[in-house]
Every structure is written in structure tokens, then in C-alpha cells.
Design a protein around this ligand. Sequence first.
Ligand code: FES
Length: 143
Amino acid sequence: MEEPRRNLLRWLLGGGLSASLISFLYPAFKFMNPPDIPEASVNEVSAGKVQDLKPNTGKIVKFGSLPVLLVRTTETEWSAFSAVCTHLNCTVQYKESSHQIWCACHNGLYNLNGQVVSGPPPHPLEAYSVHIRGDEVVVSRRA
Ligand code: FES
């Protein structure tokens, strides 16, 4: 009678230990192997209302997970570029005083066509299209 009780006790303790180990290891395993969820591809985003951005100003717009620099150069002219500097991926900004795009990290300068003017950036900024729909500014990928 003593032996079956001992076996039952061993079985319960062993099972409890196994369950504890699994409960500790499973979250760690899931953390190291996250599920493959592809990022939804974004082709256009609303950048707000026309009246929200004055001429000769710029703002950063979220394009999916990427920052895009939207610039309103004049009353009717708009442009947009990837806001990721082609040097070391800092976020660029519009410099109103010189009408250029500036990267503060290493003083990189781009013109309003996205071309490198000076500094270390090796490539131009990727250009996006800007459309006005009613009073809404829409930024989209170039085809
Ligand atoms: S990261 Fe922009 S100039 Fe270096």
C-alpha cells in the first residue's frame, strides 16, 4: 500500500516540476520566436488639411512605419521625401531660412528635389508624390 502512494507522489511532483519548467520556458521561447506578421504595405496616407501647413514650412508625416517630410514650398507647390537621411538614417527636417532639407546629425543638406547639396549623404532622398483632394493633402508612393 505504501508503494503505490509513493509512486503517485513521485508522479505528481514530477508532473508539477515539468509543468513549472514549461510555464517558464514557453514565454521565453515565444519571445525569441515572434510570429511572422508582415507589415501592411502603405501606398498613400492623409497628411492633414491644406490649411494646416503654411507656405515655406514642413512637417513629418507617418507613412506606415516610415517618416516622410512633407514640404509646402509655396501656396500651391508641395513636395515630399523620405525623412530618413541616406547617410546614417537620422531624420531630416525642412530648413525654412535656406529652403533646404537639413540633417542635423552631420550637417547634410539636400535641395527641394531631394538631391544632395553638401555634407556626407551619399544618395538623394526618395521622393513621394503629393496630391490635394479637396482640402486634404495626400502623400503617396511614386509609381
Ligand atoms: S545621418 Fe544625415 S548627415 Fe549623417
